[in-house]
Design a protein around this ligand. Structure first.
Ligand SMILES: [Zn+2]
Length: 300
């Protein structure tokens, strides 16, 4: 018996943020997404998460396309180049969609304004969770420089995985999470789930560090009209660590694919490194070989 269901999903996505050069951790995530897409007969979308415009640089967007091509990574939907990204696929184009969902939540009386600074929250709450300070203050949503928070509760959420499901309330750290930031832009959590619903994503692959985000986005999806996301399947993969300790970050220049290529590293060497991390019994030198090894290993 296969340890995972052979269910078919319609669409998965990779969703890099162009605020740095892509690194080995991104490449691992892409390769795992590809392998799972193959396993479940799923199409792949490229979504570029550029909501945080202050951190986006066009050179990083260019690097993204360049690196995906270098890695032979295929995708079926989404921008093929910088121009298509700018003309049609930047999150900027979907602002009306995010604001429509914000309006829906406001209409349900589920949103309140919060004036707390990050510092103030940290002082009153050692674990960083929001203590609900502004819930009863009735600050107008139209005030300048306020975060919009969602009134959350402890209702049980159901997360479908490949071979089982988890039931849990929203993690405490996400209590009354922010859905619109002080600058008026939607938060990552809101934009991400609205995008996934919009495009029809039903297989969500992401790193272990984003589990809390998955619960948060399920919470939002459950409040919205019937959608495929709330019944979608989630796969959280292990993260590639630096020195076995730190999550690889964009600031670590030495592990950017761009930097590795400059040092003469080949695509084959990069896939080999990813295979070693995955603990495959045989060396892999391409995306196809990674996929075969991944699906033979039948990770739960
Ligand atoms: Zn507050």
């Amino acid at each position: 018996m296969a340890p995972f269901s052979m269910k078919t999903y319609r669409l998965t996505r990779i969703a890099p943020t162009p605020s740095g050069f892509l690194h080995l951790g991104n490449a691992l995530s892409f390769a795992i997404t590809y392998a799972l897409a193959k396993r479940h007969g799923t199409k792949i979308m490229l979504r570029i998460d550029d909501l945080d415009q202050n951190r986006v640089k066009m050179s990083y967007v260019e690097d993204l396309f360049d690196t995906l091509r270098f890695l032979d990574f295929p995708w079926h939907y989404g921008p093929r180049n910088v121009k298509e990204y700018q003309d049609s696929f930047s999150q900027i184009h979907r602002m009306p969609l995010y604001h429509k969902v914000l309006d829906q939540l406001v209409g349900k009386n589920l949103v309140y304004a919060c004036q707390c600074s990050r510092k103030k929250i940290a002082q009153s709450s050692p674990d960083g969770s929001y203590p609900g300070t502004c819930r009863a203050k009735h600050i107008g949503l139209g005030h300048k420089q306020v975060n919009w928070r969602l009134k959350t509760d402890q209702r049980p959420l159901t997360m479908q995985m490949e071979s089982n499901e988890l039931v849990s309330p929203l993690p405490a750290i996400m209590k009354d999470f922010i859905i619109r930031k002080k600058d008026g832009a939607p938060s990552y959590q809101l934009a991400s789930v609205v995008d996934d619903i919009h495009y029809g994503v039903d297989l969500i692959v992401r790193g272990d560090d984003l589990q809390d985000s998955s619960w948060t986005q399920l919470f939002i999806a459950d409040l919205l009209p019937e959608n495929q996301f709330s019944k979608g399947t989630f796969y959280h993969h292990p993260l590639l660590m630096d020195n076995g300790e730190h999550k690889l970050s964009k600031s670590a220049g030495s592990t950017s694919i761009h930097g590795l290529r400059k040092l003469g590293k080949s695509k084959e060497a990069i896939y080999q490194q990813l295979g070693v991390f995955m603990g495959f019994s045989e060396s892999v030198f391409s995306l196809e070989e990674f996929e075969r090894a991944f699906n033979q290993k039948r990770l739960p």
